[in-house]
Write a protein that binds this ligand. Structure first.
Ligand SMILES: N#Cc1c(N)ncnc1-c1cnn(CCN2CCOCC2)c1
Length: 302
């Protein structure tokens, strides 16, 4: 079992239809058919949505996503129409709400990896390849790949892991031409993100993009982009292949949850306990740090 300890009750807003409760975001529709993505302060770890929120996480990741959308706009248009909450929305939606164009979503998680870790490492250790792409022998946890690799996945049901699939499987699912466009665009977007992050001393190990098509059939960048929830960011100074790299944002939580202090047994498949204030504060500080280090600006709110 994993997922929510207690499934949250979404806020009801006049004029909005609630569509979906994700691990850390809520999705609504307006009467005119636009989508409203609301980023919460929820955080997940080890496939559980934790009972303790991280203050300002939703606003920090929304601001970071907007910052990246601007820097990727010459490569792909985005689905974002506005960052202004709809009329009648709760005041605390300000800064963590995106009103988006409704797209015909491509049912593929478009993942790019510049470093080997996580499910990619596990697959590599089994067969020397990831998503059917053969990699050199001798790679370790955290190894930088000679070239970034497109490693798509199919979207999993809530509580399940996405399944890595081959480029050939994506081609069979969406057609070879679109599969080729997805790979090319995913790698181009990853390359831009990695370049900008590295200039700031941050390694972009991997990231997941989602695309949809607009009425004209054009590929549009959807969902969130290049946030700690959709990507692995590592501080360059801490990078050392051959061991798990410290995650920028979740390492503090993971370390506490797996420490004796938490009293939690991950293998017991029981919900994690609430986080101590000190873990919450240090985690919030990490989100602030990754935002300020990447954007070069202070967080845009008090
Ligand atoms: N983005 C977007 C988008 C769009 N622009 N048009 C139509 N559908 C979607 C959509 C619907 N679900 N998802 C999966 C990811 N969700 C993101 C939000 O939070 C919940 C998970 C994408």
């Amino acid at each position: 079992m994993s997922g929510f300890t207690v499934k949250p009750e979404p806020v009801q807003v006049p004029g909005l239809t609630h569509l979906h409760t994700g691990k850390v975001r809520e999705l609504y529709a307006t009467a005119s058919g636009e989508l409203v993505m609301v980023a919460t302060d929820r955080v997940s770890a080890y496939d559980w949505v934790l009972p303790t929120e991280i203050p300002d996480k939703g606003r920090l990741l929304t601001a970071l996503s907007l910052w990246w959308f601007e820097r990727l706009a010459d490569l792909a248009p985005s689905h974002v129409l506005s960052d202004a909450p709809p009329p009648g929305a709760p005041a605390d939606w300000k800064g963590r709400t995106l009103v988006c164009r409704r797209l015909d979503m491509v049912p593929v998680e478009c993942v790019a990896r510049g470093y080997l870790t996580g499910s990619g490492l596990a697959e590599y250790r089994e067969g020397g390849a990831v998503c059917g792409v053969a990699l050199p022998a001798g790679l370790e946890d955290g190894s930088r790949l000679d070239e970034p690799v497109f490693t798509p996945a199919t979207k999993a049901e809530v509580g399940e892991h996405d399944e890595n699939v081959s480029f050939e499987a994506v081609s069979a699912q969406v057609g070879a031409e679109l599969a080729g466009e997805l790979r090319e665009l995913t790698l181009a977007l990853y390359g831009r993100g990695r370049e900008i992050a590295e200039e700031r001393g941050v390694l972009l190990a991997d990231t997941k993009f989602e695309f949809g098509r607009d009425a004209g059939g054009r590929l549009v960048l959807a969902d969130e982009v290049l946030t700690p929830d959709s990507s692995r960011f590592w501080p360059a100074e801490g990078w050392a292949p051959g061991r798990p790299q410290p995650s920028y944002d979740k390492q503090i939580i993971r370390d506490w949850l797996t420490s004796a202090e938490s009293g939690w047994d991950r293998a017991a498949d029981t919900p994690p306990p609430p986080l101590p204030d000190e873990v919450v504060e240090r985690t919030r500080a990490k989100y602030v740090e990754v935002y300020e280090r990447l954007t070069g600006t202070p967080v845009p709110f008090g």
